[in-house]
Every structure is written in structure tokens, then in C-alpha cells.
Design a protein around this ligand. Structure first.
Ligand SMILES: [Zn+2]
Ligand SMILES: [Zn+2]
Length: 182
């Protein structure tokens, strides 16, 4: 009998699209690396400017160079965060703005702290991505699939929220659907 979960498992294996996403993710990872190098260099310049400044005995104020470098750093860090967010998007994950926990994209509330997530689900059936512990893989697509399947099995045994009745992932403190503590 093909049930709901079998369908998702098949969907998760949609090979072509997954391969494309992996290529895209690797491309973005390279961009992040470059960005991180630029950031490290700016931090070095900043330390250097501060050191020179203090060596001249001027301890009270910040050197002008540091102020400029701070602006440049803010810009680079924002760019890097946008790239990281793009990867999460491709992996259907979202980061909680409050506690930093990674959640499945599209859930209403963080399953860790109950904070509203404010992300939209691209997949049509919102019940498809309800309560998965996000996969903890980095570069290995096979590992990714395996973990995903394990999680799907968890899902079949999942508990229900005592408040709204939505299936929830075992062990999480908050219902990702209604946001209430379980
Ligand atoms: Zn959270
Ligand atoms: Zn609930």
C-alpha cells in the first residue's frame, strides 16, 4: 500500500532536481568561502589600524580607519549571511531568528523555542514538511538521503500536539504548528 509517507520518500529522491541543487549549493559554498576570506582580511586590517593607533598612545578614541572598516565589514557579513540563507532555502530549511535553531522551512513556529518563523513553504502540501529534525549532513548526498529516510520513519511514529492535534516531532519542546509548549 502506498501511503502518504511513501510518496514523500519518492519525492525526496527526485534525482535530477536534487543533483541540480547540490551543484548550486556547492557553487554558493565557494562564494561563502571567498567572502569569509575577505572578512578575515578586513578584521586583520582593523586590528592593525587599532594597534598603530594605540601605539601612538591614543587610547581614548577609535581610529577613523576602524570606523570605515566596520562599515565594510557589515556589508560583507550581510552578503555572507544572504548566501547562507540561500543554501538553507535550497535545502528547505530555515533558521530561527530567536534561538538560531535550524527548522524545516515553512513551519509556523520554531520547534525549539516557539518563536514565530515567518517563512513561507514552497511545497504545496504544508503537512508534508511538518516536524522533521533538519538533516545534519554537509557534503554527502547519500548520507542526506539516509538521514531523511530515518526521519520519515520517525514521522510515522510521531506524537500529536496536545493543543492543536497536529503531528509533531518527538522530543521537541514546542509545537511547530501552533507554537504552544507541549
Ligand atoms: Zn527558536
Ligand atoms: Zn499544536
Amino acid at each position: 500500500m502506498t501511503n502518504f509517507f511513501d510518496k514523500i520518500k519518492k519525492g525526496a529522491r527526485g534525482a535530477g532536481k536534487k543533483a541540480q541543487e547540490t551543484v548550486e549549493i556547492n557553487r554558493i559554498k565557494m562564494q561563502i568561502k571567498t567572502k569569509q576570506k575577505e572578512i578575515s582580511r578586513l578584521f586583520m586590517y582593523m586590528g592593525d589600524a587599532l594597534y598603530q593607533h594605540m601605539s601612538k598612545g591614543e587610547k581614548g578614541s577609535l581610529p577613523g580607519a576602524c570606523v570605515d572598516l566596520k562599515q565594510e565589514l557589515d556589508r560583507k557579513i550581510t552578503e555572507k549571511e544572504a548566501l547562507e540563507e540561500r543554501i538553507r532555502e535550497l535545502k528547505h530549511l530555515a533558521k530561527c531568528a530567536s534561538c538560531g535553531q535550524i527548522n524545516v522551512r515553512g513551519v509556523n513556529f520554531c520547534a525549539e523555542c516557539g518563536h514565530p518563523m515567518g517563512t513561507k513553504l514552497e511545497v504545496q502540501d504544508t503537512k508534508i514538511w511538518p516536524m522533521l529534525e533538519p538533516p545534519n549532513y554537509e557534503d554527502d548526498p547519500l548520507m542526506q538521503e539516509e538521514l531523511f529516510e530515518q526521519q520519515m520513519q520517525h514521522m510515522e511514529r510521531s506524537e500529536q500536539c496536545p493543543h492543536c492535534g497536529h503531528p509533531v516531532f518527538p522530543g521537541k519542546r514546542f509545537c511547530h504548528q501552533c507554537g504552544r509548549a507541549r
